[in-house]
Design a protein. Sequence first.
Length: 342
Amino acid sequence: MTEQIATLGQLLDGAGTNWRVFDIGRHITKLDKKQFLAIEQAQIPYPFSLAGHAWLAIQFWDRKASSEPYVWFLKFPVDEQSKLVCASRDHFANMVIEALGNDLTGAHADGKLDNNPYVFTPNANKLAAFNALLKVLLKQPASQYYEYTQLYFSGKLGFENWQSVAIQGIADFALRLNDGKNQAALQQAWEHLPADVLQPLSAMLEHVEIPPAFSEQLLSYAQHTIAQKDTLALCCALRAMSKAQAQTLTAQLVDSILQSDISTESDVLLTIAGRCFNLLTDAERLHIFMDNCAHHQEIAELFPSIFADLVAIPSVRPHLLGLLRKENRSETLARAIGRLFS
C-alpha cells in the first residue's frame, strides 16, 4: 500500500470528502474520529464487535458538491482481543483505489464496489433505521411513508389496520420521537399495538435514547409482561429501552427479569446479551445472568454462544474473565464454564 494512505480516514480525507462513521452491528452508534483513528491503528479494541467483525457504516460526501451523501456498509474481521485486522482494511483500501482512484463520489463510483468482500447489506430494519437517522442528521424531510405512520400511531386508523404501515415509516417515526406529538401518541398507543407492529418498532427504538418518561411507562408495562410470561412483549419493551437515557430504569428491568420465572427463556437472555450488554459490566449482574444461561435447558448451544458474544465486547470481557476465577459459583455454572474449555 502507498505510504500516504494508512487508514480509511486518510483515504476519505485525501479524496476531499467530509465523512462520519457509525457502528451498525449492535446499536447504531456514532464513533468519533479520534476513536476511529485509534481503532484503525489497532491501538484500542473495537468497542462493539459482533460475530468476530466490526460492522461499520461510513457516510461521506464531496466537500465541494451539494450531492447526496454516499454510504459504505463495511465489515472487517477483528482478532481475539477485538482489535481490527489491519490487513483486511488495507486490502479494502487498495481495492477502492484500484476501482475508483481518488474520486470516491462521482457517478462512475456507482456499483463499483458491489462485489467487494468487505461490503455487506444490513437487514431491512437496520437499513430503515439508518436511512431515517441520516435524514434527521442531514435535516432532510422524512420518507413519503412518515405521515401515514403518524396517522397510524395516533390511533385514527385503528391499531389492527397495520398492514399498510411501511417499515421505513416506522423507522422515521421512531427516529423523530421528539417531533411534535410523536412521543405522546406512541405512549398512548403502546399497549394497543399488535406484535406485528411492536417487533419492527422496537427494532427501531433500540437505536434511540428514549426519554425517562417513556422508559418509566415501558418499565411498568414490562413488569406486567413478566407476570403474564409474555416473552415477546417483554423483549420488545427491553429492546426499546436498551439505549434509553435513563439506564438505571433499564437496569431495574433487567434485574427484575433475572429474578423472575422467565429468567432462563432463550429469547430473553439473547435480548439482554445482544441489546443490554452495557449493563453486564456490573460483575454481580453478569454473574447472575451467566448463571441463568447455565440453567437453560439447551445449555450446550446457548451458553457457549452467549459467552463468545460477550467476551468479544471489550467493556464486558474483563468481568467475564473474572467470573472464570470466581469461587462462589453454582455447580451448574461451574460445569457450564468447565465445558467451554474441555
